[in-house]
Design a protein around this ligand. Structure first.
Ligand code: ADP
Ligand code: MG
Length: 230
């Protein structure tokens, strides 16, 4: 499989007043297309920063990052936004849905930015919501949905652009264990269908779904293990 993510000595330093915080301190990492990887580590170890850099929400301070063979340093912010919009789906612990919009409108939104016609947007969003088991909830707003259902909407929104990569930062962190298990079953299915998945978690049970696990400490990778296929 081709390499999707390649990092060499990537650092990220945050300047806050007098002190510099090295959120990432020399990350060297290679992830192939189709991998399913968990990112673990204590709070403050750099997990979210690594996700943000991988997903172009933040640029490295130092080092080389290539995504699908293209070096991020040579790409403009507009290029990165365009690649992010089409190739990368994000899922967050707090769902991050628009509260006043229906599930369908939330899922359509990434396609609005790509000037896809209204009819095509609706058809595609409907299709994806059906795939995540929400065909009968499409016209509800987030407040009218359970946490697990809201996260399904967020996953549908992440998938609607047909991304190469799904980045999930603590996707089950706000869910009860049963809803969390359902979300992980959905993510497992997406992996089986060929999507590359990176999931940040501090939950060993969630990490157990992945096929590879890296552990961060103080912005460095201190462990990188392939887990046995279950
Ligand atoms: P994790 O997700 O593992 O909890 P983070 O990546 O959020 O860790 O943070 C890593 C380190 O970088 C922490 O020390 C955190 O305080 C710091 N940090 C993260 N984001 C910022 C920011 N925007 N400005 C300043 N410091 C930050
Ligand atoms: Mg975090």
């Amino acid at each position: 499989m081709p390499t999707l993510i390649e990092m060499e000595g990537v650092s990220k330093v945050y300047r806050t007043g007098q002190v510099d915080v090295a959120a990432l301190a020399g990350i060297t990492l290679s992830v192939e297309t189709g991998e399913y990887m968990a990112i673990m580590g204590a709070s403050g170890s750099g997990k979210s920063t690594l996700m943000n850099v991988i997903g172009f929400l933040d640029r490295p301070t130092d080092g080389v990052y290539r995504f699908a063979g293209r070096e991020v340093e040579n790409l403009s912010d507009d290029d990165l936004a365009a690649i992010r919009g089409r190739r990368i789906g994000f899922v967050f612990q707090t769902f991050q849905l628009l509260p006043r919009a229906t599930a369908l409108e939330n899922v359509e939104l990434p396609l609005v930015y790509q000037s896809v016609s209204r009819a095509e947007r609706q058809a595609h969003a409907t299709d994806i919501l059906t795939q995540v088991g929400l065909a009968d909830r499409m016209f509800h707003t987030p407040m009218e949905l359970s946490g697990g259902q809201q996260q399904r909407v967020a996953i549908a929104r992440a998938l609607v652009t047909r991304p190469l990569l799904l980045l999930a930062d603590e996707p089950t962190g706000n869910l009860d264990s049963r809803s969390g298990a359902e979300i992980m079953a959905l993510i497992d299915r997406l992996h089986a269908e060929g999507l590359t998945i990176l999931v940040v978690t501090h939950d060993a049970a969630v990490a157990g779904h992945a096929r590879r696990r890296i552990v961060l400490r103080d912005g460095q990778i201190v462990e990188d293990t392939k887990t046995v296929n279950r």
